[in-house]
Design a protein. Structure first.
Length: 331
């Protein structure tokens, strides 16, 4: 793992549902790359997953599965720390201090809160303060860069604002983090509803490619993916969201430009076949590694314990600094 004067990277993923292609292309791929040239911390944010309805009996298993998936996509514990958010008490400790700096109005403007809360009979306070816990996750580690997909941009902006305000009011305490958003794949769209982002909780499983989908499932989902009636392949996200999403997925996997890829296709059928093949080649080895790792709980727990220990050391120093800055009586 890189240390002396290296930049520090931190990011997180919720252990809700199965990890999908959007998570991989929008975030996890960058996590894997970052571990080699930055001091990297990645956490499974199990506390965040309590903000909406969750299944108590499967929570611990899902957290372990998420860690297995992080290892399966290529995170290497020799190059990064992988830890579990709820194991590090300092996250909630710092959250309170930040909640006394963030404002109600700021949180009320968060679009994810509005989206997730819409239509619910009752909304938890945790869903409202969710972005402050996320700010605590980031600021505790003095992260310089935070690799995330486009949907987390607003939360990261809030974390920056809270950090700057805290520093101005109480003296330099936190590093103000920057988002690291991939140029392609930052917003992978649903295959059935290409106007919505691909998500774990989509109404139709046909719209989301999960990293554990079989080759047949991938091929079937691609065959049935929604395009338009023109049958001409161009990259034009406004007018042709379905086709452009397929091109963008292919672009994120092959590192070729979407508009250049478009020139190679004269039918949607061929494009869909190639995208399915590229996805299968990417996720099949991941699914195989996941299956091996998920039967080795002892190893996965060792990875977590080691990651927790490294995270705790940094988090406790930062929280002590923040408590001192804000003027609390030292213990
Ligand atoms: P989560 O668990 O929803 O998603 C994990 C990562 O995947 C990205 N992502 C996508 N990227 C491209 N296209 C999509 N369709 C897509 N769907 C999801 C997300 O942007 C994210 O980077 N609030 C965060 C978790 C979090 C966090 C943090 C992240 C908690 N604390 C601290 C960074 C730093 C979330 O719910 O991500």
């Amino acid at each position: 793992m890189t240390t002396a004067n290296a930049i520090r990277v931190l990011s997180g993923i919720q252990p809700t549902g199965d990890i999908h292609l959007g998570n991989y292309l929008g975030a996890l791929k960058l996590w894997v790359d970052s571990q080699y040239d930055a001091e990297s911390f990645y956490c499974v944010v199990d506390l965040h997953s309590l903000t909406v309805e969750f299944d108590r009996d499967n929570l611990a298993r899902r957290t372990l599965d998420a860690v297995c998936m992080l290892l399966a996509v290529g995170l290497d514990p020799k190059h990064c720390a992988i830890f579990v958010q709820s194991h590090i008490d300092q996250h909630t400790g710092l959250e309170w201090l930040l909640e006394c700096v963030a404002t109600f109005g700021e949180l009320n403007r968060m679009t994810q809160f509005k989206d997730k809360g819409a239509g619910q009979e009752s909304v938890t306070v945790g869903l409202f303060t969710y972005p402050v816990l996320m700010a605590a996750d980031i600021l505790l580690y003095d992260a310089d860069k935070v690799p995330i997909g486009d949907d987390q941009r607003q939360h990261l902006e809030l974390a920056r604002r809270i950090a700057s305000r805290f520093n101005t009011r109480f003296g330099e305490t936190f590093t103000v983090p920057e988002a690291l958003i991939p140029p392609v794949g930052a917003r992978v769209m649903d295959l059935q509803h290409p106007e919505n982002k691909m998500s774990k909780s989509s109404d139709s499983r046909l719209g989301t490619i999960f990293l554990l989908d079989s080759p047949d499932e991938v091929t079937n989902k691609l065959k049935r993916s929604v395009t338009d009636s023109e049958n001409t392949v161009h990259y034009d996200p406004e007018r042709k969201p379905g086709v452009s999403n397929l091109l963008e997925i292919l672009s994120a996997i092959t590192a070729e430009r979407s508009d250049v890829l478009a020139l190679r296709y004269d039918s949607y059928r061929r494009l869909k076949q190639d995208v399915a093949e590229a996805i299968v080649d990417t996720i099949d080895p991941i699914a195989r590694r996941f299956r091996e790792l998920s039967s080795d709980t002892a190893y996965v727990m060792d990875v977590i314990n080691e990651g927790d220990e490294r995270a705790r050391e940094i988090a406790s120093a930062t929280l002590a600094r923040a408590r001192e800055s804000i003027g609390l009586l030292q213990r």
